[in-house]
Design a protein around this ligand. Structure first.
Ligand code: TXA
Ligand code: MG
Length: 315
């Protein structure tokens, strides 16, 4: 298995040698490699069993560093970076040729973000290159929000996991691109649309399609192994009488009628629910249940991103 620790020097040494290291961020754990080294980046696709058409996000230490890798930045992108970085926002911008094609799956744009976790910021500030990092899970599965999650699935394939504790946000970054200077949301995530529109006003959406700009938009993604059904839990229970069900509730106290149940936030706090969602889906995969019955959360703020992940898990 991988070594788990908080030794930045060890992480740095391995990355300099072209190895992969799992890193903590405020959203989810990433599987990182030197973004400027195509051989190192190839290993990310191998270890994740990720199709090569799915581009990676490049992680930088600062806005200044980002500027070395992008061209022609729209004004709204600068406003968003100044407001939300470091933080859970990825900007899709025209790339410079120094970013290898394998990172962007041949696209002329690169997804770039400055993550907000003290260990990874320290690591990035000491490295002479940015880090390409997708979420540190096998392709299509739920993203990891603890070092143990990473170790359980990828520990036999990587040497080191930098342990920064449980992720503070728990859902992936919001991805924003620009089309004719108009901001376009490609993936809902850690920064809500309400917060974004306060900074740049109007924006549009391109969230799902058969030929996605961002494969995070693939209909079936972020999915546990057990089949998940989304709807009114009491109605769903009627459909599944006789089956061993796991119940995923947004809020409240546990119901003695349900043997297997998890509650995302007893007090009904959406941020807490986001933080707990992926760990809950992983727990259900370990339980002796046949199906997961889940209810949507209130559709505001980060609740929209939670509902997005629940819908994709239900496909
Ligand atoms: O919070 C996050 O974003 C985490 C942490 C580790 O930073 N990363 C993450 O990476 O969720 P990943 O690879 O699991 O999802 C990244 C998404 C993919 O769906 C990818 O297609 C999209 O970002 N993406 C990357 N570059 C893009 C580009 N040039 N144009 C459109 N979409 C892009
Ligand atoms: Mg992912």
């Amino acid at each position: 298995m991988a070594t788990i620790g908080n030794d930045i020097l060890q992480a740095k040494k391995l990355l300099l040698e072209g190895e992969l290291v799992a890193i903590p961020t405020e959203t989810v754990y990433g599987l990182a490699a030197n973004a400027l080294n195509p051989e190192a980046v190839t290993q990310i696709f191998v270890v994740k069993e990720r199709p090569s058409f799915d581009p990676l996000i490049v992680h930088v230490a600062s806005i200044d560093q980002a500027q070395q890798f992008i061209t022609a930045v729209p004004k709204k992108a600068i406003q968003l970076a100044r407001h939300f970085w470091p933080g859970p926002l990825t900007l899709v911008l025209p790339k410079q040729s120094i970013i290898p094609d394998i990172v962007t799956s041949g696209l002329s744009t690169v997804g770039i973000r400055c993550p907000d976790h003290y260990l990874t910021r320290q690591l990035l500030s000491e490295l002479p290159f940015p880090l390409a990092a997708p979420s540190a899970n096998p392709f299509g599965y739920v993203s990891p929000t603890t070092a143990e999650h990473v170790n359980n699935q990828l520990g036999h394939k990587i040497k080191y996991i930098l342990d920064g504790g449980p992720c503070r946000i728990g859902l992936e970054s919001t991805i924003v691109g620009f089309e004719n200077d108009q901001a376009v949301i490609y993936r809902r995530g850690g920064v809500s649309e309400e917060e974004i529109s306060k900074v740049i006003g109007e924006m549009s959406y391109r969230l799902a399609s058969s030929n996605p700009v961002a494969p995070g938009q693939l209909d079936s993604h972020y999915a546990p192994n057990k089949k998940l059904y989304l709807g009114d839990i009491n109605e769903l229970k009627k459909e599944f009488t006789g089956k061993k069900v796991g119940v995923l509730r947004f809020m409240g106290n546990s119901d003695s009628a349900d043997t297997y149940q998890l509650i995302l936030s007893q007090s009904g706090n959406l941020e807490e629910a986001a933080r707990n969602l992926f760990a809950a889906l992983r727990q259900f995969d370990q339980m002796e249940i046949e199906v997961i019955l889940a209810e949507p959360v209130p559709d505001s703020g980060i609740g929209k991103a939670i509902n997005d992940r629940l819908r994709r898990a239900a496909k």
